[in-house]
Ligand binder design. Sequence first.
Ligand SMILES: *Cc1c(COP(=O)(O)O)cnc(C)c1O
Length: 392
Amino acid sequence: MKKQIYMDNAATTKLDKRVLDEMLPYLTEQYGNPSSTYSLGVASKKAIDDARGVISEIINSHPGELYFTSGGSESDNWAIKGVAYANRKKGNHIITTKVEHHAVLHTCEYLEKNGFEVTYLDVDEDGIIDINDLKEAIREETILITIMYANNEVGSIMPIKEIGDIAREKNILFHTDAVQVMGVIEIDVEQLNIDLLSMSAHKFKGPKGIGALYIKRGVKIDPLIIGGGQERSRRAGTENIASIVGMSKALTLAYENLDEKNKNLIQLRDYFIQEIMTKIDYTKLNGHPVNRLPNNVNISFSFIEGESLLLFLDIKGIAASSGSACTSGTLDPSHVLLSMGLNHETAHGSLRLSLSEENTKEDIDYVVENLVEIVDKLRQMSPLYENVKEEI
Ligand SMILES: *Cc1c(COP(=O)(O)O)cnc(C)c1O
């Protein structure tokens, strides 16, 4: 079989076999409707309640504060639209950042078309907001602050505790997209003053299409999906039992031996970064050097296109991601990298390699070896690179 090295874990992860085993009965024999009163249904309901208990405890909340959704995008949509519409009488102003996931950014843009005002905070060259900018952006009408816990492209971690403290002090609701952080960093919603938190199972080796939104008791929020009385009438639709059970198992596994796993990942990550930057000229590390997710490597290679890099890496069996998003057939450079001050060329030449515990030092050596060759080959074809060489 062809060598396959998967380094796109920030996009999605491989389902853990132990998670699948836990899910299978709920896709076969244990199929009862949780809203029914016969035994088959009651057992399904119990499975959901158990999962809710496990996940809510992990973030130090109560089971009644956790709502299952179809994933990160739905949770972000629900948190932002739900809070905006339910608190409209109080105010119409929302604060977010320029580097959020599109599930947050595009939801905010949608609300702008519907009578809300949104402040998009700048970030510094490491992708982190300035707390003073947040303080200055707060108005009488501010009803929601939505800021991601850690960035999915460059891995930079936001000052969540400070943001939560400010939100609480000013009596403004605080939502965080924690999709990249669940299963990676311990989260205590009480201690961090988080009112709403989005998570998604497929980012931590759970199944795709399942996530959750934590909503602190007392938060005013409209439903996004209206219908039956599931999820205490706040999120309709027959529950995705197997996936809910899988999400709970995956999260439990993710937090097992967390310190040791993170220590190994950080070691691998830093070795990876150092190897690339010493062996290849004209590179730049994107994101905060230390205050970043343990598995995130994001590097710009001058004079080449990330998309071409990806094609050649794929031939070698390496899966990664670039700093451009293919939207409607055109290549847009990443809004995150542009917000961090990169020019279009540098943003286009960036590569994200996101690791998992399955990656080894040998994998990294293999990738670096191939990167050296591919970057060299692409640069030989690049007119921009020719100009630079002539100047030297
Ligand atoms: C992946 C991701 C999402 C979207 O989650 P889905 O479950 O794929 O809808 C939202 N926010 C961040 C930060 C992500 O990385």
